[in-house]
Design a protein around this ligand. Structure first.
Ligand SMILES: Cc1cc2nc3c(=O)[nH]c(=O)nc-3n(C[C@H](O)[C@H](O)[C@H](O)COP(=O)(O)OP(=O)(O)OC[C@H]3O[C@@H](n4cnc5c(N)ncnc54)[C@H](O)[C@@H]3O)c2cc1C
Length: 241
């Protein structure tokens, strides 16, 4: 993929599509979605310094002793020093993943609005369809045979197409965007900014990169780990990423 910088006009006042991922991004859902890193404040020394401020001490480079301190903070859930490290991500995902993500109230969000925009509609088309679990009402299982796979894939693509056609027809009739969007399906892709401190990011990852979480949001949680790991290698190692 071309670098974002090659595709954006940097002239003063120029804007570009929010659906172009930043250079630092990880693709998910077979390339239909992605999560990118917009900005980060702080690093591992930030946490060490926040923890040691009570002793009036400050450091600029991590040592082995500092790594032991980080492990102690994580093991003892002494998480307030983690709140000084803050990430902003940009997420391109289906609406149903967005709904699950936005249940995490300790994040700050801003999202593309279908009251303002009617362009760049894209719909998630799962490449692999799962069956319903018999013993867990919110779980899925890998049981669908080839013919059912193909039929279900075709039906989902048709439903996405019908959703787009109804939306565009309503707009053509002069219906306002804020009502027309009601016919857009849960597979519609959306884009949002999400800012979170490290303590709450680790909490999110423990819930969403977990066997109990839906496969789709789990892919995003794993992508977050891929983005964060090079910035926080000790934290990643302690958490077993
Ligand atoms: C596998 C799975 C299935 C789920 N299924 C459903 C479902 O069927 N229906 C549904 O509605 N939700 C569901 N959820 C969402 C879940 O109930 C939580 O809303 C979501 O996981 C966010 O967790 P959280 O509140 O700990 O995180 P955050 O909102 O980020 O909060 C982090 C922590 O801050 C504290 N906190 C935040 N807000 C408050 C508050 N108002 N009062 C007190 N403490 C607060 C809590 O300690 C909380 O753990 C599901 C989540 C998972 C992971």
């Amino acid at each position: 993929m071309a670098k974002q910088d090659d595709r954006i006009d940097k002239a003063p006042g120029a804007t570009h599509s929010v659906n172009i991922p930043p250079d630092k991004h990880v693709k998910v859902l077979d390339g239909q979605g992605w999560v990118g890193l917009v900005q980060v404040m702080g690093d591992e020394t930030t946490m060490v310094n926040a923890a040691r401020v009570s002793f009036g001490k400050f450091t600029t480079r991590m040592t082995e002793r500092d790594e032991v301190l980080l492990k102690y903070l994580i093991d003892e859930r002494h998480t307030s020093p983690f709140e000084h490290v803050v990430f902003t991500f940009i997420v391109h995902c289906p609406l149903f993943v967005r709904s699950q993500w936005h249940r995490h109230r300790t994040w700050s969000y801003n999202e593309i609005s279908r009251r303002y925009t009617e362009v760049e509609l894209a719909f998630y088309e799962p490449r692999h369809i799962r069956g319903q679990s018999d013993n867990n009402r919110q779980a899925s299982v890998d049981v669908l045979a080839g013919a059912t796979q193909a039929d279900a894939t075709r039906m989902i693509a048709q439903a996405n197409r019908a959703s787009r056609e109804a939306y565009e027809a309503l707009l053509q009739m002069g219906v306002c965007r804020e009502q027309a969007r009601g016919v857009l399906s849960q597979n519609l892709m959306t884009t949002f900014w999400a800012t979170v401190d490290l303590g709450n990011l680790l909490h999110f990852l423990s819930l969403r990169d977990h066997a109990g979480a839906q496969w789709e949001i789990r892919q995003y949680a794993q992508a977050l780990k891929t983005l964060v790991q090079p910035l926080l290698p000790t934290v990643a190692k302690i958490n077993g990423w």
